[in-house]
Design a protein around this ligand. Sequence first.
Ligand SMILES: Cc1cc2nc3c(=O)[nH]c(=O)nc-3n(C[C@H](O)[C@H](O)[C@H](O)COP(=O)(O)OP(=O)(O)OC[C@H]3O[C@@H](n4cnc5c(N)ncnc54)[C@H](O)[C@@H]3O)c2cc1C
Ligand code: FES
Length: 263
Amino acid sequence: MYLEDAIIEAHAPLSGGYRVLAMKAVRIAPGVRPGQFVHLRVPGMGQSVLRRPFSVYRAEGEQLSILYKDVGQGTHTMTALRPGDRVSLIGPLGRGYPSPDEGHDPVLVAGGYGMAALYLTARRSGRRGLAFFGGATAGDILCVESFEASGWQVKVATEDGSLGRRGLVTDALDAWLAERPPGRPPEFFVCGPNAMLRAVSERAERGGWPAWISMDRHMGCGVGACLTCVQKVRGAEGEWAWARVCREGPVFASRDIVWEEDA
Ligand SMILES: Cc1cc2nc3c(=O)[nH]c(=O)nc-3n(C[C@H](O)[C@H](O)[C@H](O)COP(=O)(O)OP(=O)(O)OC[C@H]3O[C@@H](n4cnc5c(N)ncnc54)[C@H](O)[C@@H]3O)c2cc1C
Ligand code: FES
């Protein structure tokens, strides 16, 4: 883990209010593993304001990029960043996704920025498979070409039917599970809204398949010290315990998560 002033190299808008921010981060970028995140101090908001966590979208050599959506004060301020500006980053942080298991077929399931959070898994995995992308409308579906160029088959679902199959991403997943030819069992790698994480986890549990899910929690320190980000997980003997999403996660085995009623 390093603290570093990264230099902005490019900043490009995508559809759906998303942007890609590409940076030179000579210390952090080389060590990033799929599913890890960086904690970014938004310039111009003062030292006392909390950093914001973002999954690493791409990392190659000394460069990394994040893909983010303008949803509030911090991310809105970030939209003004220009090439040459510096941003303070801490990273790489957290435990990311494991490598896909040889005995399973890898299946990626993503909504929102999950498409970015899963890209390094898609790129670096020795195995290729299916990726399910879901969103409210066509503009929310990102990076399809990057996944296809890496050899993944992408299936899209949008709630308004403007791209791919109409409905939730789990509808598309269910249709595929129902028709799946016999063969290796699936192993799920998932990132997206909580309801989607839970829905995929339930399907994995019913089928007896492994699923790795990236939990999204509001964060304070990002390094395990403040306990802002805790999540209930199963303990050794059936009882539950707290885990820090920034440290023991953000990626957890779905079978370890204790879901709250309102998740
Ligand atoms: C491990 C991790 C990885 C993430 N990766 C990405 C990413 O790759 N791309 C991306 O766009 N976002 C990502 N996020 C979410 C991102 O951190 C928040 O969107 C960001 O902090 C919002 O900051 P803000 O100041 O703009 O919003 P605020 O003004 O703080 O909040 C605006 C709205 O967003 C909500 N919000 C704030 N933080 C979060 C959060 N962590 N999760 C859900 N809702 C939140 C608030 O409740 C509020 O409704 C990630 C979060 C985590 C924990
Ligand atoms: S954000 Fe501080 S412990 Fe996780």
